[in-house]
Design a protein around this ligand. Structure first.
Ligand code: ZN
Length: 289
């Protein structure tokens, strides 16, 4: 029985890794520039949204999608600034956010990330280059006339997630903790947590106001009201899962009970990442113990 479980864990993890980050046809990918506010924009291509902050001191990037897209990303950045790309922060360790690290490193860009980004990459034998500079709790960049505050949030999507806050511009890049494309994906194999995700949303709400532009890891610019509604949905789901566990239901029964029914049309991804089933599994893992 134990062997079977171990084998399943291994096979499922491999299948998940392959399926989760199945790579697009890079030749066809276009990088689109979306203005956010002030000197902050984001780039949409394939993979996570790239934050771009430009000014006299140089270009500051958040995440870098996949390695084959680096030239296109650099060309898109050039439409915003001809200054060097000096700093890059990885919001977390997933390959659709860190795949370009090696290329940017070779260009002389200094790459930062939470210390767990580096250790999780090593543990996962990731092929991406890890950040050269790591932080524990937080760090600040004082560039382009603004303070950019980067800090670790409660374990949520992974255990190495950071928010990047542009204080004067009033914009926040959340990495994949918050996405507008599906239910939250909680990567429990890399330290993610369902209850931690709720705490990370509480924190995002606390540090935002009605004018804050929230840049999600995937999807479109959101307001604090959008995040509040998303958080409130998770609170409802949390309470339903708790009740089901108290009623003695198994994970399989919880996944089959329609606990997310009224939200599925909007948020079900139809694949494992961003599915109700995967989210309920993560919720069950936190709440059953
Ligand atoms: Zn991710």
């Amino acid at each position: 029985m134990k062997t079977k479980t171990t084998l399943c864990t291994l096979v499922c993890t491999l299948a998940l890794t392959a399926g989760a980050f199945s790579q697009p046809d890079f030749d066809k990918v276009e990088i689109k520039v979306h203005p956010v506010a002030g000197q902050v924009s984001y780039l949409e291509g394939a993979g996570g949204n790239i934050g771009v902050f430009v000014g006299d001191d140089g270009v500051f990037l958040i995440d870098d999608q996949y390695a084959p897209l680096t030239d296109k990303i650099v060309a898109a950045v050039k439409t915003l600034s001809d200054k060097p790309i000096r700093f890059l922060v990885n919001t977390h360790m997933h390959p659709d956010h860190t795949g370009g690290n090696e290329n940017f490193g070779k260009m002389g860009t200094l790459i930062f990330g939470h210390e767990n980004v580096r250790s999780q990459m090593a543990a996962a034998k990731a092929t991406q280059e890890p950040p050269l500079v790591t932080f524990g709790e937080d760090m600040s960049f004082h560039i382009n006339g603004e303070t950019v505050y980067v800090f670790k949030v409660p374990d949520a999507h992974t255990n190495g997630d950071a928010y990047i806050v542009f204080k004067d511009t009033n914009a926040i890049h959340t990495g994949d903790v918050y996405r507008t494309t599906s239910y939250p994906y909680i990567d429990t194999a890399n330290g993610g947590s369902f209850l931690g995700t709720i705490k990370a949303y509480d924190l995002l709400i606390e540090i935002s106001n009605a004018d804050t532009k929230i840049i999600p890891g995937h999807g479109v610019i959101s307001s604090v009201a959008d995040v509040r509604a998303f958080r409130d949905m998770l609170l409802v789901i949390r309470d339903r899962v708790s009740r089901a566990i108290s009623d003695g239901k198994t994970l399989e029964q919880i996944q089959a009970a329609g606990l997310t029914k009224e939200y599925d049309a909007k948020w079900e991804s139809g694949r494992r990442i961003g599915s109700a089933a995967a989210m309920l599994e993560a919720a069950h893992q936190d709440l059953a113990n």
